[in-house]
Design a binder for this molecule. Structure first.
Ligand SMILES: [Zn+2]
Length: 266
């Protein structure tokens, strides 16, 4: 059984519904991944086969299932449909279930599920295009702040200060980076990402996230440099490290901070 706003319900059907909803947001994530960097409208044209440009009917657009039924091919021209579509949809279904398992059925579970799916889309877009689109980070910041204002996602003051600190720290890094290195080490996308993270994490864990992300980046750079020398001087986008660090802080941040201050005797 799982506790929901409508009383205790059997867990398996609840998780099936959650997985389907998550996979549907995964379909949306696919649209965002392909259309945001290309600056194509999200609504027009409606989903269609990139090969024969025939519109895809609703029954061929059911997350994961349609791809399996069609054997990964377009119904009309038989062009193969990238494995990425069902993979993103299935992963989003799993992420939604993880969010409900950790944060329960309710606003918190929904907000964290959307955040995890949004992070998945952000990571893929950033790896391919070095972009963290506002169209994903701004709505998620709003979901974090609304959750603090109207649901008990976290105390409202903490969410507002967190968003402000996240925004401010990345803006500072952007300005200082530009001034010191004479090139853009950070972009506006990172600044709004900071606000988004802060609205979910509060200010202290947002700072922790930046440290964890820098640590992960340094660690990966050291490992890569030891394995092969030819990667020196190559740069990688910072967004994926921020996303992983954000998830680490969502799950373990508070316990780490409690342990840290306890150890210090504060
Ligand atoms: Zn086709």
């Amino acid at each position: 059984m799982i506790s929901t706003p409508w009383g205790d319900l059997p867990a398996i059907p609840v998780y099936l519904v959650v997985a389907f909803l998550g996979a549907s947001f995964g379909s949306l994530a696919n649209v965002l991944i392909y259309r945001l960097p290309a600056e194509v409208s999200l609504l027009r044209p409606p989903s269609r086969c990139p090969q024969c440009e025939k519109p895809i009917s609703w029954y061929d657009n059911i997350p994961v299932l349609s791809w399996l039924i069609l054997g990964g091919k377009c119904r009309s021209c038989k062009a193969s449909i990238a494995l990425q579509y069902p993979l993103i949809e299935a992963s989003s279904g799993v992420l939604a279930c993880v969010a409900v398992w950790k944060w329960g059925v309710g606003y918190s579970g929904m907000a964290h599920g959307l955040l995890l799916i949004g992070l998945l889309a952000l990571v893929i877009i950033d790896l391919r295009h070095w972009l963290l689109p506002f169209a994903i980070t701004i709505p998620l910041t709003a979901i974090g702040l609304l959750g603090a204002a109207f649901f008990d996602l976290r105390p409202l003051g903490s969410a507002l200060i967190g968003a402000g600190v996240g925004f401010g720290v990345f803006l500072l890094l952007l300005v200082v980076g530009k001034w010191v290195f004479k090139k853009e080490a950070m972009g506006g996308g990172d600044v709004v990402f900071g606000a988004m993270a802060g609205s979910f994490l509060g200010w202290l864990q947002t700072l922790l996230m930046i440290f964890v992300a820098s640590g992960l980046g340094t660690l990966l750079a050291l490992i890569l440099l030891t394995l092969r020398k030819d990667v020196a001087g190559r740069s990688v986008p910072f967004g994926p490290f921020l996303a992983v660090a954000l998830v680490i802080c969502l799950i373990w941040g508070q316990s780490f901070i409690d342990w840290y201050f306890h150890t210090l005797g504060l």
